[in-house]
Design a protein around this ligand. Structure first.
Ligand SMILES: *[C@@H]1O[C@H](CO)[C@@H](O)[C@H](O)[C@H]1NC(C)=O
Ligand SMILES: *[C@@H]1O[C@H](CO)[C@@H](O)[C@H](O)[C@H]1NC(C)=O
Ligand SMILES: *[C@@H]1O[C@H](CO)[C@@H](O)[C@H](O)[C@H]1NC(C)=O
Length: 217
């Protein structure tokens, strides 16, 4: 084989490698572009098909997004701390009660919702469904949080609900005020949209996580 012949072969192999790399990159880029363009940002807010609510739009508007974010931050800022099994900040609990009533006026005033205050600080909400023969469901959340002090190495004060790079920092953000606020905020918006529950729904918001454990038994 001549020198120029082997050079030509190397050149050919290089050409094949480079063009396959280019094709791969182009393919990945196309897939990423299609996925980005077809992404439904409201996907997480859709109900399952069996709920058959296609005639109720579950999309929430920009104002409601701002509102639910502000509500969530306010919930984090109220230090509903359980210091021990029996000791809990009752001032904060009373403040939290007032806050819930202000943030979810429809939940607390709708004739479709039966509300009961249990043992001063816990809440029970029941919504009758139009088809009581269906299996009912219950959602639980607890109001209290464990103590937190900034000296434990928090990047933001634990009751500040400070937003850093799109993340909200604070005690209770993932245990359990996210669930609590999610349940009530969803119920508030569903009621405002005139959504009628098909199955019976109960939500229990307990003051203390410890009492949730005994309820599950
Ligand atoms: C959908 O709309 C129809 C007709 O307006 C109504 O009868 C039905 O109850 C609605 N379904 C739900 C789940 O809202
Ligand atoms: C209890 O909660 C209130 C706010 O509702 C707060 O001002 C107070 O500092 C809290 N007490 C303790 C001991 O954390
Ligand atoms: C509820 O509040 C009343 C009046 O302040 C008090 O007597 C009672 O002990 C409280 N109950 C509980 C379970 O905290």
């Amino acid at each position: 084989m001549t020198e120029s012949g082997s050079k030509l072969r190397i050149f050919k192999i290089l050409k094949i490698i480079i063009s396959s790399l280019l094709i791969t990159v182009l393919l990945l880029f196309t897939i990423a572009a299609i996925r980005t363009l077809s992404l439904d940002v409201n996907a997480g807010l859709q109900l399952a098909h069996w709920e058959k609510t296609n005639n109720k739009s579950l999309v929430i508007d920009h104002h409601q997004r701002e509102e639910l974010l502000a509500n969530f931050k306010e919930a984090i800022r109220i230090p509903t701390v359980s210091f021990s099994r029996t000791e809990i900040n009752t001032t904060a609990l009373l403040e939290f009660d007032r806050f819930l009533r202000k943030a979810f006026p429809t939940v607390f005033s709708s004739s479709l919702v039966h509300h009961e205050l249990v043992a001063n600080y816990s809440h029970l909400f029941c919504v009758k469904g139009s088809q009581p023969e269906l299996v009912p469901y219950m959602l639980l959340a607890h109001i209290d949080v464990v103590p937190a002090s900034e000296s434990d190495g928090w990047e933001a004060p634990p009751f500040s609900a400070k937003e850093i790079d799109g993340f909200i920092y604070g005690r209770g953000t993932i245990d359990d005020k996210n669930s609590l606020m999610g349940i009530l905020q969803a119920l508030e918006y569903l009621l405002l949209k005139g959504y009628a529950h098909m199955r019976d729904f109960t939500s229990v918001l307990v003051m203390m996580k410890k009492s949730m454990v005994s309820m599950e038994r």
